[in-house]
Design a protein around this ligand. Sequence first.
Ligand code: ZN
Length: 408
Amino acid sequence: MEWGIINKENFKEKTTYDVPIKRWDPLSTVTLAPDEFGLHRSQKRFSGHYSYISPIRGDRPKGYKTKEKKSDAKDYTLDVIEEVQDVFMAITQGKPLYKSEGKLIGDGYTIIIMEDDKKRDKPFSDSPHRIEISKSTKAITLINRYPSMARVIDSDIKSSIQKQLPKHLKLAEGINLLTISKDFYPSLDFSLIPSEVLEAIFISMKEAIIYCILESIEKDYYDIPVNPFFNIGTKVGGSQPRIHSQVYIDLNGDGHGSRLEGYLKAFKEMGENCHLCETTHGNTDRIILTTKFWTFYTTGSPIRNYHIRFHPNEHLRRFSQLKINQMSDLANSVKIIFQAMDDINLDRNRNILFNCCPYGYDADFHMFGDIIPHEIIGGAEMADDMRVARKLPNIAANEIRNSLEKYI
Ligand SMILES: [Zn+2]
């Protein structure tokens, strides 16, 4: 069931539970009022905690070897890349890749949605193939081979699975995208990536999201939450050594998670007075960097120490509305902030999350991002939607700001 494809060949000897499943937690899930965000009325919508349970996720190659940080991207020679077992090399070269002792690292099969900002395969393609990539390409967006949602499902099998699954479980439908740099840049040494390559990753993500949404609407999917994010490092879920981002496009049309529900409600209550358009972020002592297009600051309610938030200065709802100059500025800003964080020895395992208004929702929303460095946290901190941090956000901001000075 790689690439989210479920058909008669690969489903033959499986049971119903061997497919990607979405499960809403009955103890934290409520039904949304049908007119809450102008949602489509054809089916029940929920908000609450949910999990995707996908057996194929466990098959993905992982446990790559991390290397000492190198000072220059050029130090990542072919030998080093081979040693860290980069499966994407086979894809970018369009041919299988073997380790010196003959073991297959990657077979090179893929479904590519975008090569930079150019369309390649269709978002609902079911034919993985090897592909030739232009030399000048900087970033490619492909379908995740080990997704948490099913993307192309044989209709007979679909109705049989739906009949057999108990009410509270459903077949998880959606598109999982993966965007990688064409040339190898190490994920954990994020700040080594040239900013034009990071910009190309953002552009490719944006174009792929728009393409997938248009094709999904064509197939009668609606009210679609879209989550773009980076998992950087094995400690925060990044299973590959090459810089990559992901986008989860949930096509179940059954609502959204409780965190997003909180954001949607808060923006609704703000109405005309958008907090992000008006705030000074605690009179500037938490601001790390302001550019023409973006503001970066440490949030006053951190979920980890050194939790950074950022937002476009323009009131935009979605990642896919970002313009070229906003993405170019974002790439440059993220790169130097990561360098500044490295310089003061913050954990190099980090998540970048983009919080966006779902497609089809009639909700005012100012998109924003989170940069969250890895930290081991305890049980109580996970129990409620609260976190315990030690570092005062204005002091964290001050440390990063001082470290950033030399790069501005
Ligand atoms: Zn705003």
